[in-house]
Write a protein that binds this ligand. Structure first.
Ligand code: SAM
Length: 268
């Protein structure tokens, strides 16, 4: 008789380990924002602020880029911060640790440092559902930048992102599920879940995202209203098989597709 495995709760450590290995690619993000900052500002970026930083894996990677690099990572939730301190901060040597700071706080708060680059990645700002709230956040991001600072956000879209469906991706040792549970066409609100399967056990709704889907045009307008002088939107190039090749170029006119992820950069 085959014994059916019961779902168990993932440990906090597994939860973030599986999340990070499924959705994050900091090397590519750091390479992209550094190259774009240099192209747009003609100098090297040093001071980096990761909003909604979670475990702050990206901020830790930033300070490893060189002795002039400093980072701050801001998140409300002590749980990912504790994980990050245990698994990412400890990857840094003593000197690197002096250049990296975890902040348990609200991205809407005022901080006493200014950055060259601020990022809000993995669509985290979609939690602001009202235009007024998003405008307030973008104003705070603007205020936290140096005079020639640059703010990067990522966003996603395409025909599939409005359809209740589950996208399944196999990784080494686990399976990742991105579940679009609902989309309200009248409010733009979406409910997404992340589930994982590991060792034959499905762990459901490990992460929940109750968001508003923002359109690129709205985002650019709100960024400009918040004070940014200009915005640049990018599009990913295609591989021979039609999937994204990981190279993003500034663009203003593209064909829609089932699913896309891209960046907007806002210049102070
Ligand atoms: C989708 S996770 C993103 C984590 C990480 N940036 C990444 O790329 O994977 C969103 C994070 O935003 C945090 N968060 C939500 N609202 C926040 C706020 N107002 N200020 C600071 N952090 C916030 C949550 O605690 C959560 O860790």
């Amino acid at each position: 008789m085959t014994k059916k495995k019961m779902a168990t709760t993932l440990s906090v450590e597994d939860k973030y380990k599986l999340y990070e290995s499924s959705v994050q690619c900091h090397e590519a993000d750091i390479e992209f924002i550094t190259k774009e900052f240099q192209r747009l500002r003609g100098r090297e970026p040093h001071d980096f602020r990761e909003d909604f930083g979670g475990t702050a894996a990206m901020a830790c990677d930033w300070v490893k880029e060189g002795p002039t690099k400093k980072a701050w990572a801001i998140d409300l939730d002590p749980e990912p911060i504790a994980y990050g301190k245990k698994y990412h901060f400890t990857r840094l040597n003593k000197e690197e640790q002096t250049r990296m700071q975890y902040i348990q706080g609200n991205v809407l708060d005022k901080f006493d440092f200014k950055s060259d680059i601020t990022v809000a990645f993995n669509f985290s700002y979609f939690c602001f559902k009202k235009r007024q709230q998003l405008l307030e956040y973008f104003k705070k991001a603007y205020a936290g930048l140096k005079d020639d600072g640059v703010f990067f956000i990522d966003l996603f879209g395409g025909t599939e992102c409005f359809q209740p469906m589950v996208e399944k991706t196999k990784h080494e040792g686990h399976t990742y599920f991105w579940d679009c549970d609902s989309y309200n066409p009248l409010t733009g609100e979406v409910l997404y879940y992340i589930h994982f399967k590991k060792d034959g056990v499905k762990h459901k709704q490990v992460f929940t995202y109750d968001w508003r889907m923002w359109h690129p045009v709205e985002l650019r307008e709100i960024l400009e209203e918040a004070g940014f002088k200009d915005t640049v939107i990018y599009w990913e190039g295609d591989d021979e098989d039609g999937t994204g090749d990981g190279n993003f170029h500034p663009s203003e006119d593209e064909e829609n597709c089932e699913s896309w992820v891209t960046y907007i950069c806002a210049l102070k």
